[in-house]
Design a protein around this ligand. Sequence first.
Ligand SMILES: *[C@@H]1O[C@H](CO)[C@@H](O)[C@H](O)[C@H]1NC(C)=O
Ligand SMILES: *[C@@H]1O[C@H](CO)[C@@H](O)[C@H](O)[C@H]1NC(C)=O
Ligand SMILES: *[C@@H]1O[C@H](CO)[C@@H](O)[C@H](O)[C@H]1NC(C)=O
Ligand SMILES: *[C@@H]1O[C@H](CO)[C@@H](O)[C@H](O)[C@H]1NC(C)=O
Ligand SMILES: [Cu+2]
Length: 402
Amino acid sequence: MAGNVIFNALVASLCLLSSVSAWPSNKRQTALTLDDVQNQALANAYKVLDGTLHDGLTRTATCNNNTVAVRREFGDLAKDERKKYTRAVACLLKVPSKLPVGKYPGAKSRYDDFVVVHMNMTPSVHATANFMHWHRYYIWAYETALRTECNYTGYQPYWNWAKYTDVVNSTIFNGDSASMGGNGDDIGPHAGMSLGSGEILPGGPGGGCVTKGPFANTTIHLGPLVNTMDPKLDIKPNPQVDGYGDNPRCLRRDVSNFFTNDYLRPQDLLAHITSNKEIATFQDTLQANTENQFKALHIGGHYSIWGDPGGDVYVSPMEPVFWLHHAQLDRHWWMWANYQEKEVKIRTSMYEGGTNWLDPNSARGKPTDQQELDVVAPRGMNHMASNQFFSTTAGPLCYVYA
Ligand SMILES: *[C@@H]1O[C@H](CO)[C@@H](O)[C@H](O)[C@H]1NC(C)=O
Ligand SMILES: *[C@@H]1O[C@H](CO)[C@@H](O)[C@H](O)[C@H]1NC(C)=O
Ligand SMILES: *[C@@H]1O[C@H](CO)[C@@H](O)[C@H](O)[C@H]1NC(C)=O
Ligand SMILES: *[C@@H]1O[C@H](CO)[C@@H](O)[C@H](O)[C@H]1NC(C)=O
Ligand SMILES: [Cu+2]
């Protein structure tokens, strides 16, 4: 299955799902910045917590100003905090899997359990009404596993795409001991890839195995299902058609500044937040852009990392930076919902879209739809309704972004 087939299908379904986009009139005296959006969203989130602003939800008393967790940008963490995070991830890569080995021979660790759940659920959680909600649930479960199974005491960090023009040399990918590991080794010129609407993403400065920093020489086992790397690299296909077989190989990256230079800039993120008033267009344009796929922020983040399995829509959570990227998507949604006081109540509960990515006529999603995480759900927290993820502070979730 070629990557562009999947992306074309995704684009096609998004075309049909999206409704008319609305453009706000700009009557501001001073221009709003992306930092303003973050600051206003945080201030409003605290007002909701102390009861001076209502988001329309019933909340549990256990999440309050004193108990709320603060998720921070990876580069804003102190070096030792970053190392504690990557050590916890390395631990999760060693804790044994809870899945049956007969069906999932490639699932070696608890980390792999998260990857299997994503592979299994991919068609029902992308280009669907629950895209943002399910991934919010999924990241929270991962953060919970790091804390409960690997003694991590911090929270899930995010990668603010707009912060690093030179992401290759950033705190995240520079390969030092407090990074998320280096780029893949430079393999020289190699093929780019089509992202589905005619544009070709050129090969970047990496493409080889990650050999520096945390996650250096990590062996991955699951997938690939959609290999997007140059065929000349001869990445072995999985021994099972479902991708769950054991296929030991190195973690590859091809981190480049292609998107951070031109598509993930502060003005791009700001424009996306201010030009979409409805969640349908907000989440559809985030995931795909029919005129130019490079402009879809979700795609831009994934393909700033690329590699194997970073470029594989099913297996991408096996890439450790996936979680920082998706935490940023979650923050982007959180900012969009919260930055305008008078919109908080309306936007918090918006829910639109179908239930299967390859079928635009699939049943409409409902806020009461049950979301599943199988073996990676936090204890007693499987089968939760989408509307339990409307807010990050109504309980059981209890966090904000700073
Ligand atoms: C809640 O905490 C935030 C951040 O520490 C602070 O700015 C705000 O004043 C607090 N609100 C109340 C009601 O204590
Ligand atoms: C977590 O801490 C507990 C208590 O100190 C210890 O027994 C356990 O081995 C630790 N778990 C991991 C995975 O390090
Ligand atoms: C990153 O740093 C290296 C070494 O200092 C330098 O050669 C390179 O041009 C920088 N930028 C990119 C995009 O790799
Ligand atoms: C990773 O593998 C490379 C190439 O085999 C080797 O040079 C390097 O020392 C290894 N790094 C670690 C941390 O094991
Ligand atoms: Cu996903």
